[in-house]
Write a protein that binds this ligand. Structure first.
Ligand code: CA2
Length: 152
């Protein structure tokens, strides 16, 4: 059966490529999703995407796709850029942990080279891995990791 991976993007990431290109680059979220879809298609992996500016919507999507639907429909892994919710959201942490699925945390920017408050993440200690500072490439690397490791 094909593996499924959920790609989650948090608040304001819908603005990618349209504002603040010096920090977040010129690639749009649609560009990122198209590249990932192409990468996944070649490997027979099914991706689903959610971007939301609302914490509760992200929690609902994580519950729905990682826990509440039938076993065959559940995702096998999660790639998440929680954006600002990285540094604030116990609710997203709890939802992700409740799924018991492996996840990789991705950040476009190097959060450790920015403001102090960006150094703390409510997810990193439970992630399979954390990728930051490599721009859109970070999502591709996370997907590549799961492509190589989900079948073990
Ligand atoms: O570097 C990342 O990927 C972040 O998750 C991005 C978040 C930030 O709060 C995290 O600390 C690090 C912010 C996303 C905002 O995205 C924008 C994109 C274009 C223009 C304005 C904001």
């Amino acid at each position: 059966m094909n593996k499924r991976i959920l790609i989650i993007n948090g608040p304001n990431l819908n603005l990618l490529g349209k504002r603040e290109p010096t920090i977040y680059g010129t690639t749009t979220l649609t560009d990122i999703q198209n590249t990932l879809s192409e990468q996944a298609k070649q490997q027979g992996i099914e991706l689903s995407f959610i971007q939301s500016n609302h914490e509760g919507e992200l929690v609902n999507a994580i519950q729905q796709q990682g826990l509440l639907c039938s076993c065959e429909e559940q995702v096998d892994a999660i790639i998440i850029n929680p954006a600002a919710f990285t540094h604030t959201s116990v609710a997203i942490r709890d939802a992700i942990l409740a799924t018991d699925k492996p996840f990789i945390e991705v950040h476009l920017s190097n959060v450790h080279a920015r403001e102090e408050f960006r150094k703390h993440s409510f997810l990193s200690d439970k992630a399979v891995g954390v990728i930051c500072g490599l721009g859109a490439k970070g999502y591709e690397m996370a997907l590549s990791y799961f492509i190589d490791n989900l079948y073990e």
